[in-house]
Design a protein around this ligand. Structure first.
Ligand code: FES
Ligand code: CO
Length: 342
C-alpha cells in the first residue's frame, strides 16, 4: 500500500519540526505531498498554512516573519497566523485589503515539536505522562529524512528479531538470533507489547544502561500509536528508564521525516545528553541503512507478494489488521470520473 492510495493519513497529527527551529524564521514542509509553511504567530504559537502566496503562487516559506505575519519574498504581501491577507504594500494608504486568505491547517506544539493534521483528526495526539513528570528529562535526538515508508519504520520498531543482525555493530548479539517474544495486547490507539531482551553492553553503553556488565537485560514496554508513532520504553536492571518516541512523518510515498526524542529518569551528571544522542545515533544509522533498502509499497495482505512472516512478527500481523480496519472505516473515494459514471 502506498500512502497516496487513501487520504485517511491526512486525519492524524504528524510531527513536523522542532519548535526551536522556527525561531530562525518560517520553514517549508511537504506533508503527504502537500506543501505547507510553518511559522510562529504573534503570540509565539506555531501555525501552518498552504505554502502558496495568493498573488503569484510564490512559496511563502521563501519569505520572512515580522510581528507574527509572514511576508512574501516576491512583492511583500503579508498574511497573519489565520492565513488572512493583511497588507499589500503597493496599495495607497487607506485602501482596504481584499478579504482573502490562504488555507490553514490544524497545528499545535507538544513535546518540543510542531504537529499538524491536514484534515479533521481521527484521534487526539498520544499522551506522554513523562513529559509532565519532573523525574524525567526530555532530550531531542534526531530529525532526519529517510527514503522509506513510515509503515516500514513502525514494523521495524516492534521487530526484536532484527537486533541481532542490523545492530550487530552496537548492541545486537548475532550469536543469539532468537528474539524474546512479545506479550502483546491491542489498545484503542494501537497495541501494547512487553518483552525481556538481552543486549550487549560495550563500554560506550555503560552510562546509558547504568551497568558495567558485558550484557544487560532490558524490559521493553512498547506501544504503537496508530498510524506512525511508537513508544519504546526500556527499563534496565539498574532502574534507568530509557523511553524513546519515534514518529515517522510521511513526506510522500517513499520518504519520511523521522522525529525522535527521549525521556530519561537520570540526570545530565549521570549521563550527558550528548552521549545519549551519540549512542542512539549509531543505532539509528543502522536502522536507516537497512530500511532504505526495503520496498516502500507496504502490502497489507502480505500473501499478495509472498512476504512471509515468522512467529516474532506478531506485532506486524496485528498492525496490518488494524490498518485494514482503519481503511475499511475510511475508504478512499474512487476517482471523480468513476463516480460520475456510476
Ligand atoms: Fe507573493 Fe507577489 S507573489 S506578493
Ligand atoms: Co533497530
Amino acid at each position: 500500500m502506498l500512502l497516496s492510495e487513501n487520504p485517511v493519513w491526512r486525519r492524524f497529527w504528524h510531527a513536523i519540526i522542532p519548535v526551536d527551529q522556527l525561531r530562525a524564521g518560517p520553514r517549508p514542509f511537504r506533508l503527504l505531498g502537500e506543501d505547507i509553511v510553518v511559522f510562529l504567530d504573534e503570540a509565539g504559537n506555531p501555525v501552518a498554512l498552504a505554502d502558496r502566496c495568493r498573488h503569484r503562487t510564490t512559496k511563502l516559506s521563501k519569505g520572512w516573519v515580522a510581528d507574527g505575519r509572514i511576508t512574501c519574498a516576491y512583492h511583500g504581501w503579508q498574511y497573519d497566523g489565520t492565513g488572512r491577507l493583511r497588507v499589500i504594500p503597493q496599495y495607497d494608504a487607506g485602501t482596504p485589503v481584499p478579504d482573502e486568505r490562504v488555507q490553514t491547517f490544524r497545528c499545535q506544539a507538544r513535546y518540543g515539536y510542531v504537529w499538524v493534521a491536514l484534515d479533521d483528526p481521527v484521534s487526539p495526539l498520544f499522551d506522554i505522562p513523562e513529559d509532565r513528570d519532573p523525574g524525567f528529562r526530555r532530550i531531542q535526538q534526531f530529525y532526519d529524512t529517510w527514503a522509506t515508508s513510515p509503515l516500514r519504520l513502525i514494523e521495524n520498531s516492534f521487530d526484536n528479531a532484527h537486533f541481532s543482525f542490523v545492530h550487530k555493530g552496537t548492541f545486537g548479539n548475532i550469536a543469539r538470533p532468537k528474539p524474546g517474544r512479545y506479550a502483546i495486547g491491542e489498545t484503542e490507539q494501537g497495541f501494547y507489547a512487553e518483552a525481556v531482551t538481552e543486549a550487549l553492553n560495550p563500554p560506550a553503553a555503560h552510562p546509558v544502561s547504568g551497568s558495567t556488565a558485558p550484557t544487560v537485560e532490558r524490559l521493553l514496554r512498547s506501544s504503537w500509536y496508530l498510524p506512525f508513532a511508537r513508544r519504546f520504553d526500556m527499563e534496565y536492571v539498574s532502574g534507568i528508564r530509557h523511553i524513546i518516541f519515534t514518529y515517522a512523518t510521511p513526506i510522500d510515498d517513499s520518504h519520511i521525516q523521522v522525529a525522535q526524542f527521549l525521556y530519561r529518569n537520570d540526570t545530565e551528571a549521570q549521563c550527558p545528553a550528548q552521549l545519549l544522542v551519540d549512542w542512539d545515533a549509531r543505532i539509528f544509522a543502522e536502522d536507516k541503512d537497512v530500511l532504505e533498502a526495503t520496498d516502500p509499497d507496504v502490502l497489507l495482505d502480505v500473501r499478495d507478494r509472498g512476504e512471509l512472516h515468522m512467529p516474532s512478527d506478531r506485532p506486524s500481523v496485528i498492525m496490518r489488521k488494524r490498518l485494514h480496519a482503519l481503511l475499511a472505516q475510511y475508504p478512499a473515494h474512487p476517482p471523480s470520473s468513476v463516480r460520475t459514471a456510476a
